[in-house]
Design a protein around this ligand. Sequence first.
Ligand SMILES: Cc1cc2nc3c(=O)[nH]c(=O)nc-3n(C[C@H](O)[C@H](O)[C@H](O)COP(=O)(O)O)c2cc1C
Length: 544
Amino acid sequence: MESVLNILWGFPWWAWVLFFLVLVAIRDIFVQRAHTISHNFPVVGHLRYWLESIGPEMRQYFVANNREELPFNRIERGWIYASAKRENNYEGFGTDRDIYAHQHIFIKNQMLAYKNPTDHPNNIDPSFIPCAKVMGAYNNRRKPYRPASIINVSAMSFGSLSAAAVEAMNRGVMKSGAFHNTGEGGLSSYHKQGGDVVFHFGTGYFGVRDKEGNFSMEKMRQLVEDNPCIKAIEIKLSQGAKPGKGGVLPGAKITPEIAEIRGVDLGVDVLSPATHSAFSNIPELMKFIEDIAENTGLPVGIKGAIGKLDQWEQLALIMAKTGKGPDFITIDGGEGGTGAAPPSFADHVSLPWTYGFSSLYKLFDKYNLTDRIVFIGSAKLGFPAKAAMAFAMGVDCINVAREAMMSIGCIQAQVCHTNRCPAGIATQSKWLQRGIDVPLKSDRLAQYFKTFRKELIEITHAAGYEHPCQFTMDDAQVNVDDNDLNRALSATYVYNKNAVPFKGMQYLLDCPYLGGKDYVADIQKEQNTTKEVLNKTVLEPQKF
Ligand SMILES: Cc1cc2nc3c(=O)[nH]c(=O)nc-3n(C[C@H](O)[C@H](O)[C@H](O)COP(=O)(O)O)c2cc1C
């Protein structure tokens, strides 16, 4: 035995390499049948597969220019990373964009910008922008809710995101006064870290389902009663990346924790059907909304991606006739993100955000319903100028999913569907998510939201307004084509936004339904102190 080992040890290193390559060649030619290239070009054929696998990273790091990549280019990602870290997020030397390009947006500045009076809430917190409308106010819900932030975390479930990512996001929304939408996977302990929560469910009714997988009102009522952090409920009809597409959660992925949170059996495949079992038509959807609102007292909204308009029109018609209906509507764009979707759906089904939203707003305007609804927009709107355009078009808040992921470290590896997210965000791998420092990442999300709001308020002031709800369709222009280089949004999308009643930022700060408890309390405390100091200064003039 010893002599055999001695002979083997005696071989030079290159003989071992040669031996290994011969083994690979034998496997390529005679054993495997799956890869023609490896069979026809043994050993070297592997190079092709390897180069192809690292191609996206090579292009992202070395080849793609700053504005080239999708869904988010390097400049956009860099702006989020720098904003989240409170680093210098400016650019030098002027824009590197072709501002004559098709679809380029311009916000029209006022000759003299808006100036905050002394004692204005934005002098205390330059990032304070609550929603100008109250969810559930029109329908007299028992627990109306005014989001304390106009930017919030969009639906992403625990399951598609890791526990560490969900926890970091919830702590982040608490620090910035925003709300956290649970996504379809139910309410987990990671969503209960102090931030306001919007409970979201889809056709799987996870967290509020009975044994047969049907919606359970009793569970819904109990969930809301046990969790005062839930401020509103969102029924998912569809999302931009895969409208009308069901899904399967494989039994192998169902851990005891996920089984408990979602209310499903351990190890058994769970179906999320393409359609809801709780309602089959618009009148039934209307009744479902009212039942949930009546049972929970909370504002109830719906989320959808826009395609055909006939059923939306039916909804608007019933709302106009009955005086009832959803308290908020989240409109997602076809360019929206997902944990996993077939490319045919993600690329082609449902309209892009501006087309979808403008069609829907016009429809609700036709029935005089826009003031009753809080409109939430989502799909790559997490950038201040794009948000300003969305406000001009009629949104009251925006939701961000992938931008929120980037603020806590997502590098756009685009492998959410493989469970191998290198940043530990879209994975259930314990090892990968261990890399997330939850307190640090929650600060990053909060800082991204605050920087975003601060820049949006600066753009708002530049346009001569106090709050972005005051933007009109004539305050923004878009390049439409070569002959008519740019047109106001009102001419491009053929409608005018209705004025949102707005009585000043102080009025919003004083609203009893304002969310973001801890964040708002800090502003109020600081404002009271400032007032005390001001009063004292007036009463006791300094002697010189
Ligand atoms: C990882 C991930 C999971 C998502 N999960 C859900 C979900 O459970 N329900 C839903 O309606 N939308 C879901 N979405 C869509 C987002 O909520 C959002 O509508 C969409 O990504 C557009 O926003 P964005 O451009 O800011 O990412 C998910 C998106 C991502 C990236």
